[in-house]
Design a protein around this ligand. Structure first.
Ligand SMILES: [Zn+2]
Length: 160
């Protein structure tokens, strides 16, 4: 598949996922380009013009989405200091103030947490931790009715 068709498909999907911040409508038409040559869209319901970024969590940030996401991910995943992140980004030609990274972390960490929470699934019972594996120990049966030995046979065991 050609790269241009992949990009076109992604743009189409992005446009379909966009939501107008004013009225919540998801139908848009193309409406020219802004000063940074980004595609502008016009909401079919209220006529508001927006870019694909207008509906994202990254709106209002000067740096590209990828830079912001990378810095926050590195901070959370590798426990780097803001000074370390400034240095790593500077090596890649991106000059950011540590306080800017602090702002990104403050804003995006709860969003990452919410996204991760939605991705979590309940583990099937066959994968629950057993004795000897990591995790809490399962309760031992305490009486013959539950599959354990009688209290007298195991002197130290307490019956509730
Ligand atoms: Zn709208």
């Amino acid at each position: 598949m050609l790269m241009s068709s992949i990009l076109r498909r992604d743009t189409f999907e992005m446009r379909n996922r966009m939501q107008c911040g004013q009225c919540g409508n998801e139908q848009f038409t193309k409406a020219g380009r802004d000063r940074q040559a980004r595609q502008l869209y016009r909401c079919r319901a209220c006529g508001r013009r927006l870019t694909a970024r207008s509906a994202s969590a990254f709106r209002g940030y000067r740096f590209p989405d990828e830079i912001v996401a990378l810095a926050v991910r590195w901070y959370l995943r590798f426990r780097l200091s803001y000074a370390d992140l400034v240095e790593l980004l500077a090596e890649r030609g991106v000059h950011v103030d540590p306080s800017t990274i602090f702002d990104w972390v403050q804003h995006f960490t709860p969003l990452y947490q919410d996204a991760a929470r939605l991705q979590r699934r309940r583990r099937p019972a066959s994968l629950l931790p057993l004795a000897g594996r990591a995790g809490p120990r399962p309760r031992r049966p305490c009486c013959p009715a539950q599959g354990g030995r009688a209290a007298g046979a195991l002197g130290t065991q307490r019956l509730v």
